[in-house]
Design a protein around this ligand. Structure first.
Ligand SMILES: C[S@@+](CC[C@H](N)C(=O)[O-])C[C@H]1O[C@@H](n2cnc3c(N)ncnc32)[C@H](O)[C@@H]1O
Length: 178
């Protein structure tokens, strides 16, 4: 995928999610989830890779307004979590920063890649909405994004089975799901 194509796809994703958060604020609807139950169910599954037996650092890519952090804090109140949330939507990051109001150990940045390495990295819902982008271009976008993220600290990428890519052949740490 060329730099221009990547920028165009980012702009399209940015426009989609920025309009959601501008309409619905720091709520599941603001990140295009139907409700907090489905949003949280994903967190339960994704956080299975994390070890909460000690304090930890966590990168949340495509963080939205930081609902993952709220979920972690509620589930693991005794753990210090050094958290960085990254989102390509500046509107989303603004809402996240307002919502979290300079909480210690919490940082939100605009971007499409992690500004640091952490113990764990989670990306929930990053590739949910391809809008009218053609499948081939979208798959190429997914590949480019994963390369950009560098697979640092990723133990396994869980991909729905109909995504139609040959991730395992390419050496990515993939688990296929339904
Ligand atoms: C479905 S929302 C999920 C938000 C959050 N992870 C949650 O579950 O509450 C997806 C978010 O990922 C962001 N996003 C999509 N692609 C991205 C990328 N390549 N880099 C950074 N953020 C991205 C969107 O702007 C949006 O805020």
């Amino acid at each position: 995928m060329s730099g221009a194509e990547l920028a165009r796809t980012h702009a399209s994703v940015d426009a989609y999610y920025s309009s959601k958060v501008e309409s619905f604020g720091a709520t599941p609807g603001g990140v295009d989830w139907t409700c907090s139950a489905t949003q949280n169910l994903r967190f339960v599954q994704l956080l299975r890779i994390c070890d909460f037996s000690a304090d930890l650092s966590l990168n949340d890519v495509g963080c939205g307004y930081g609902a993952l952090l709220a979920f972690c804090r509620e589930r693991h109140p005794d753990r210090a979590i050094d958290y960085v949330g990254v989102d390509l939507s500046a509107a989303m990051v603004r809402v996240a920063q307002q919502h979290w109001q300079a909480a210690p150990g919490v940082r939100f940045v605009v971007g499409a890649s992690c500004p640091r390495t952490a113990d764990f990295a989670i990306a929930s819902g990053l590739f949910n909405v391809c809008q009218s982008i053609a499948t081939e271009e979208w798959e190429s976008f997914v590949r480019a994004t994963l390369r950009e993220l560098g697979f640092r600290n990723v133990k396994a990428l869980y991909i729905v089975k109909d995504l139609g890519t040959d991730w395992i052949d390419k050496g990515y740490p993939v688990t296929r799901g339904g």
